[in-house]
Design a protein. Structure first.
Length: 273
């Protein structure tokens, strides 16, 4: 047997250490834990989400931005009436107003914004639209890089697409003044229980969910959700738009099925170093 030099022995030692580390990582994954390295290699299961969407009735589009900030889409060119997901844009527009951004919110502010988001009060939304003004809404859309947004005087008929909305939700806090970010997060994480369908039913453990739904008076004409999930500085955002569902309940099930597949296996990541 040929004798190995020092370099050869070092190579074998390093290779053995690498194999042992890989074995420990594989064991952790088999046990249901994240891979070593914090689970940053996680990706949304687009194949499963697309397959499920293809099996559903109606017109569906969605977009997701994963942990690395990469956008993935399904039917990205489709647009739809915004319905009540437009209220997230209204929230940001109102809080960005020069007369609001640097001061404490009043009880009058909260009486409008709280029901608009948490119980999807459309009367409050119309009042917010009138106070904030259409030019400010359009300015927000431009600032957020929304390429397909088209405002409609009947605000729920404004046109949106999933790509723009996923990007908007991913960067939402950029468009809300620092003074009001905690309040915005509170509203979007405290949606009334009766409206927490879809992604609200499949939130991964350990992640905080901020979201808003939109629907057309329970007919199934549109059923949408826009959301972002956050944990220790890590973030994932999703926008799912459905149209012409057989019923509102069917639309809820579609939202749950797609979002559940997209966030499946999302690990409990540690804090950024």
């Amino acid at each position: 047997m040929r004798r190995l030099g020092a370099a050869g022995l070092l190579f074998i030692a390093l290779a053995g250490a690498g194999a042992a580390q890989a074995g420990r990582a594989g064991a952790a994954q088999a046990a249901g834990g994240p891979p070593r390295g914090g689970g940053i290699g996680w990706q949304p299961d687009m194949a499963a989400a697309r397959h499920y969407a293809n099996s559903r009735s109606g017109k569906i589009s969605f977009a997701v931005i994963g942990l690395a900030g990469r956008m993935r889409t399904y039917h990205p060119a489709e647009t739809a009436p915004a319905a009540s997901v437009f209220k997230v844009m209204l929230l940001a527009t109102y809080l960005r107003r020069p007369s609001v951004r640097h001061r404490a919110l009043t009880s009058s502010d909260r009486r409008l914004l709280d029901p608009m988001i948490r119980v999807s009060d459309s009367v409050a939304a119309t009042r917010v639209r009138d106070i904030a003004g259409v030019p400010a809404i359009k300015r927000l859309a431009r600032d957020a890089g929304m390429k397909r947004f088209k405002y409609n005087p009947v605000w729920g008929l404004s046109r949106i697409d999933a790509t723009d909305q996923a990007r908007f939700m991913y960067h939402l806090l950029r468009f809300i003044p620092p003074r009001h970010r905690a309040y915005a997060r509170f509203l979007l994480s405290h949606i009334t229980p009766s409206q927490r369908w879809g992604i609200g039913q499949v939130k991964p453990a350990g992640w905080k969910l901020y979201f808003k739904g939109g629907w057309a008076t329970g007919t199934g004409r549109v059923d949408h959700q826009v959301a972002y999930l956050a944990r220790h500085g890590h973030k994932v955002s999703i926008a799912i738009l459905t149209q012409f569902d057989p019923s509102h309940l069917y639309g809820e099930q579609t939202l749950k099925g797609i979002s559940g597949r997209l966030v499946r296996g999302l690990p409990r990541l540690p804090r950024h170093p």
